[in-house]
Design a protein around this ligand. Structure first.
Ligand code: SF4
Ligand code: SF4
Ligand code: SF4
Length: 349
């Protein structure tokens, strides 16, 4: 274990812990734009710099491991001055339009500029002007709001392991690009949306959230029903309607990861062909019936089959589209209520 102080408070953490992680253990928030706990350390944005007594330069908290006896100051005058300068430099090549930006209220760049009182850039050189990618119906890309933190590139490579995007160009012309600058499409991209989820600015937007401010939604934690993995996420509900899904880092199964179905297809809830009531075949056609009628019919048929041929003449096929709890109830019902072990599941393959 290593002992150090952060802002005058004693901290003891395992060797190998970074200053950023040590600060988190005592609730000290060190700002960062390129760091994400699911990604390899990058140390690119320099917003997390802190002052360490005895060190000549400010050190990046995300990539500096703690050492015995270290004394760290996270908001000293020198640190704040450096952070202001780094934000000033980022804004120098950023399309600042917070009033109409879809990310406003949920943007780390905006938050940190507010926190450190950076209203505009003091640098007045060229700004890169790049085409927005609006062709895709799931993800909107505005490279003019990209701060080149690299999180999208790294999550695509390290977590999703697809590599649909990477840095292209050099110096002022550096940008995040697809191969040959083609629009995002299913040849190169899995549309998992991980890149959107980690982007700290409005450079990548989930189009389902366009026109909604973050404070207009209520988040409801639930389990995804598209497959049997059991990912957790938050349904974002606006005026009684689910408008989209956001992942939660606390999800035990999936962390911040989701697939295309879970992240982007909550819209199927409102599909006009969604089955919302039981259907019973009458005179050769399926017709909608109430739950009482459906359950009575099922019970009568189960009882008839069981009386005629025994419980093992009945079997149940459950679904990966159900939660673990629903699948548990299905096998319990078959075993305890009907008396058969004939239980199977569509995920057997
Ligand atoms: S990305 Fe952030 S800082 Fe940039 S315009 Fe949008 S809200 Fe403002
Ligand atoms: S949606 Fe997924 S696969 Fe496509 S670029 Fe983003 S992270 Fe990569
Ligand atoms: S698109 Fe977003 S996540 Fe990717 S480098 Fe730019 S700011 Fe970072």
């Amino acid at each position: 274990m290593v002992n150090l102080t952060i802002n005058g408070e004693a901290v003891t953490v395992p060797a190998g812990t970074t200053i950023l992680q040590a600060a988190e253990t005592i609730g000290v928030d060190i700002p960062n734009l390129c760091h994400d706990r699911q990604l390899e350390v990058y140390g690119g944005c320099r917003i997390c710099v802190v002052e360490v007594e005895g060190a000549r330069n400010l050190l990046a908290a995300c990539s500096t491991p703690v050492t015995e006896g270290m004394t760290v100051w996270t908001e000293s005058e020198r640190v704040v001055k450096a952070r202001r300068m780094n934000l000033d430099l980022l804004l120098a090549n950023h399309k600042v339009e917070c009033i109409i930006c879809d990310k406003t209220g949920d943007c780390r760049l905006q938050d940190y500029c507010y926190r450190y009182g950076v209203k505009e850039s003091s640098f007045h050189g060229d700004k890169s002007e790049q085409e927005m990618d609006r062709d895709n119906h799931l993800i909107e890309r505005d490279p003019n709001k990209c701060i080149l933190c690299g999180k999208c590139v790294r999550v695509c490579h390290e977590v999703q392991v697809t590599g649909a995007i990477d840095f292209a160009g050099r110096g002022f012309d550096t940008r995040v690009a697809t191969p040959f600058d083609i629009p995002l499409n299913t040849d190169i991209c899995r549309f998992c949306g991980q890149c959107v989820g980690v982007c700290p600015t409005g450079a990548l937007i989930n189009r389902q959230f366009k026109g909604t401010r973050p404070w207009e939604v209520t988040k409801v934690r639930t389990t995804c029903l598209f497959c049997g993995v059991g990912c957790n996420y938050d349904l974002n509900v606006k005026e009684g309607r689910v408008i989209g899904v956001t992942p939660t880092a606390e999800a035990p199964v999936n962390g911040s990861s989701l697939c295309v179905k879970g992240r982007f297809h909550s819209d199927l809830l409102y599909h006009p062909e969604r089955i919302k009531t039981p259907l019973m075949k009458k005179d050769g056609d399926f017709v909608e019936v109430g739950w009482d009628e459906a359950l009575d019919a099922i019970a009568a048929k189960f009882n008839a089959v069981k009386s005629a041929a025994g419980a093992d003449a009945i079997g149940a096929l459950s679904s990966a589209r159900c939660t673990n709890e629903e699948n548990y109830l299905m096998q319990k019902f078959m075993r305890a209520a009907l008396g058969t072990n004939n239980v199977d599941h569509c995920a057997r393959t």
